[in-house]
Design a binder for this molecule. Structure first.
Ligand code: CP3
Length: 355
């Protein structure tokens, strides 16, 4: 493996000194880039794109060719695990993800197995290996998974939901069954993330997109508890380096202290919490990633620059422990120019905070 030429992302996650704040963007490879849409058209659709290691590698590299980005993220999706469990992932245009065979009963839960990452999910591991080769040590590669709660949400609802009626119905009426499902998913996530690390992912992130819809008590029992188990089961060192783990619960601002206790290295923040307050609350227990409102990218370049400065100043000049990002994924109708303003502003303004 080639030496890593830019390691400020990994260093910041471990709260080691860096020359400037590292930056990447959730969904940095995506529909806002015309070259992404062109590659997706070659693949045919999103699922075919993600299952093709060469094309998935190509779209992973696309934003890195345009912008000064400090990390690449595996191009894939969190729904690969339920797909590998046999639920049949597909996308309905304009409707988001869907499953042909959702989980609705104890029999459904009993039926699903733990996928072997080098078998059913081989295409993801091949993509990781292909990207690492292509990156050639330029920047580190981030691997990822959904949290068990978030994956279970899609598996039980059968797709996106506004009400969470089916998953919450199951959780409240049959908590034992819910826990059985979450246990299986958590075990799958551990082996999936460890396989990504073995294949070359240099850091991993757990996306808990739907933890924030739970009551505090249920968040602890049904989401955080399983993320904690995953962190306990992960390979934390590979190729002679630590493999930092970032935990992101969207709308999880009220639970940061609890999240920081899991043993993760960093917390991802959405934009509904001030990063200065988050830092006060977690101290030096974990690094922080975030947290510009993705909708700021619809503003003028001047306004974007001002917001980047404000967030950098809010985090302060304690040197390290901050990875700049959006608070959630970039939306498809943002212009590539405005995305560029975001990256370039971090590069321009952040060295002043690392004297
Ligand atoms: O960040 C990156 O660039 C890496 C790739 C990535 C994708 N999905 C690609 C994708 C990552 C990290 C994800 C994670 C993911 N997927 C999450 C967690 C993060 C979050 O957004 O909260 C969730 C909940 C999903 C499930 C999912 N996949 C949804 C709800 C959708 C449809 C939403 C939409 O934007 O249309 C997807 C599809 C998807 N995953 C796309 C991309 C680039 C768009 C598909 C397309 O090209 O048409």
């Amino acid at each position: 493996m080639s030496v890593l030429q830019n390691d400020r992302y990994l260093k910041a996650l471990l709260q080691q000194p860096v020359d400037r704040t590292p930056v990447w963007m959730m969904r940095q490879a995506g529909r806002y880039l015309p070259e992404y849409r062109a590659t997706r058209a070659i693949a045919g659709d999103f699922v075919s794109l993600m299952k093709n290691p060469e094309l998935a590698c190509e779209v992973t590299m696309q934003p890195l060719r345009r912008y000064p980005i400090d990390a690449a993220i595996l191009f894939s999706d969190i729904l690969t695990i339920p797909d590998a469990m046999g639920l049949g992932l597909y996308f309905e245009t304009g409707e988001g993800p869907r499953f042909k065979s959702p989980i609705r009963s104890a029999a459904d839960v009993n039926k699903i197995g733990i996928p072997d990452p080098e078998q059913e999910l081989r295409y993801v591991m091949d993509t990781v290996r292909t990207i690492r080769k292509e990156l050639d040590g330029k920047v580190p590669l981030i691997g990822f998974s959904g949290s068990p709660w978030t994956l279970a949400t899609y598996m039980v609802e059968g797709g996106s939901t506004k009400t969470f009626s089916k998953i919450k119905g199951m959780m409240y009426s049959d908590p034992k069954l819910m826990h059985q499902l979450l246990d299986k998913v958590a075990e799958s996530v551990i082996s999936y993330l460890n396989a990504q690390i073995a294949a070359g992912a240099q850091s991993v992130m757990i996306f808990d997109t739907w933890g924030g819809v739970l009551t505090p008590r249920d968040y602890k029992d049904f989401s955080l508890n399983y993320m904690s188990k995953i962190i306990d089961g992960l390979t934390r060192e590979n190729e002679g380096r630590k493999v930092p783990v970032t935990l992101f619960t969207k709308n999880g601002g009220q639970w940061l202290e609890m999240m920081a206790e899991t043993g993760c290295d960093a917390l991802g923040l959405d934009w509904t919490i001030n990063i200065a307050e988050a830092k006060r609350r977690v101290g030096d227990k974990v690094a922080l990633q975030g947290n510009m409102d993705p909708a700021m990218l619809y503003a003028t370049p001047e306004r974007i620059r001002q917001e980047v400065k404000t967030i950098l100043a809010d985090y302060g000049d304690s040197g390290t422990g901050h990875v700049f990002n959006l608070g959630h994924g970039i939306t498809p109708d943002v212009t590539p120019e405005n995305a560029g303003v975001f990256f370039e502003s971090v590069v321009e303004y952040s060295p002043a905070f690392h004297k």
